[in-house]
Design a protein around this ligand. Structure first.
Ligand code: S3P
Length: 428
């Protein structure tokens, strides 16, 4: 599908942000293995989360969708999942594939996990290796690294594991496997990464402790269904935030966005760059902080983004790179090798997309260097089958001279269905 974008004069108004993708996945997973009902509101009804929802239906869990963003899960209990009669298709979703691998390793049945062409190129050895150390019988396809994962349900032991990368998906796979293990696990992260699994598991009645960068996860006897209002996804808000900063004379209010400190690296970076962004109406539900983000058009300056900040904004780097093309001076992004194993190699795809519009950007081995400000000129762009690249291209189209056409626009539905409609409503 093609989308054509023309420059925007001004963006003004309030926007509701769809539910957090990471939290939506985890709510389905924990709701499915809890006792009793789980009621979710502002569930992200996007292709990625639907992959997780369908996987649990395939394992016999009764999940209904009484409204566009409402989900009711009749929990099957920790040992109530049924063997799937065909391979589980995680689609484009790394979170589905990796978290389910952890959950399925300790079941009393066998399963297979597969995914789309992009997911088949993403590394699975990062979960296979530690799960095997726990006693899992799990094998990956090509080079023992890629999908499909063939899992034979096994008895698991807890693990003491130093994660080589700060990955919330690896951490969460191990936490979920430990629910079924005979002993606790100690998981050490090289840097703090998103902690939604830890917070939600506690809310569902599980035991888990965090001290600094170390997490102790415990086997579970029962989890209990919950009522959860999922916060807006800061990774989706990031596109509107950047549009508000870059389009002249704009002011946007982004409602009830999740502000978990493991996710707010983008706010730190935009503040560092001089952005006029503030937060109000803070509230806290089950440990997840939410608030309204107010953004005004700003003069930005270049910055350095590296180290422990990277896992706190990894998914926002494509759109931060666009903001950097409009900032005065040089922006350097380092320590972000993980970009190479996302839905696309995001060092290559971001550099290719922004260069085509006239940006001064070069890729490095672990990030990118951007010199600004450079005027952008509209062109025909490809989403590369990557939702975050599609939306970065759309925001670029709002500030580029002339028209911008995006091929493969449908990929935006992976995380932000209705993004274009939201953007349209804010234009005046
Ligand atoms: C996610 C974790 C991150 C992130 C991804 C979602 C999650 O990946 O990039 O979009 O829901 O746990 P890694 O855990 O691989 O860093």
């Amino acid at each position: 599908m093609k989308l054509s974008i023309t420059p925007a004069k001004r963006l003004l108004g309030k926007a509701e942000i769809p539910g957090d993708k990471s939290i939506s996945h985890r709510c389905i997973i924990l709701g499915a293995i809890a006792n009793g009902e789980t009621h979710l509101s502002r569930f992200l009804m996007s292709n990625d989360c639907i992959s997780t929802l369908k996987a649990f239906r395939q394992m016999g869990v009764n999940i209904s969708v009484p409204g566009p963003d409402k989900v009711v899960i009749k929990g099957a209990g920790l040992n109530g999942l049924k063997p799937p009669s065909s391979p589980i298709d995680a689609g484009n979703s790394g979170t589905t594939a990796r978290l389910l691998a952890g959950l399925l390793a300790g079941q009393s049945f066998d399963s297979v996990i597969t995914g789309d062409a992009s997911l088949q190129k993403r590394p699975m050895d990062r979960i296979v290796a530690p799960l095997k150390k726990m006693g899992a019988d799990i094998s990956a396809g090509t080079c023992a690294r890629y999908l499909p994962l063939i899992i034979k349900g096994s008895t698991l032991e807890g693990i003491d594991y130093h994660m080589p990368v700060a990955s919330a998906q690896v951490k969460s796979a191990l936490i979920l496997a430990t629910l079924y293990a005979k002993s606790p696990s100690c998981i050490h992260q090289p840097a703090v990464c998103r902690n939604h699994t830890e917070l939600l598991l506690q809310a569902f009645g599980g035991r888990i402790e965090t001290q600094g960068n170390t997490i102790t996860a415990y086997p579970a006897r029962h989890l209990y269904g919950q009522n959860i209002k999922i916060p807006g996804d800061i990774s989706s808000a990031a596109f509107l935030m950047t549009a508000g900063l870059l389009v002249p004379n704009s002011m946007l209010v982004l409602k009830e966005v999740g502000l978990n400190p493991t996710r707010t690296g983008i706010l730190d970076v935009f503040h560092q760059m001089g952005a006029d962004i503030s937060v109000e109406n803070l509230s806290n539900s089950g440990g997840e902080i939410t608030g309204d983000i107010i953004v005004k058009t700003s003069y930005l300056k270049g910055t350095v983004i590296s180290g422990g900040l990277i896992p706190r904004l990894i998914d926002e780097i494509p759109i931060i790179a666009l903001a950097a093309t409009q900032a005065e001076g040089t922006t350097v992004i380092r320590d972000a090798q993980e970009l190479k194993v996302k839905e696309t190699n995001r060092i290559n795809t971001v550099v290719s997309l922004l260069s085509r519009l006239g940006a001064d950007i070069e890729g490095t081995d672990d990030g990118m260097i951007i010199h600004g400000p450079t005027p952008l000129t509209g062109d025909t762009l490809d989403s590369f089958g990557d939702h975050r690249l599609a939306m970065t291209a759309a925001v670029a189209g709002l500030i580029a001279r002339g028209g911008t056409t995006i091929n493969g626009w449908e990929w935006a539905d992976i995380s932000f269905p209705g993004f274009y409609e939201t953007l349209k409503k804010l234009q005046c």
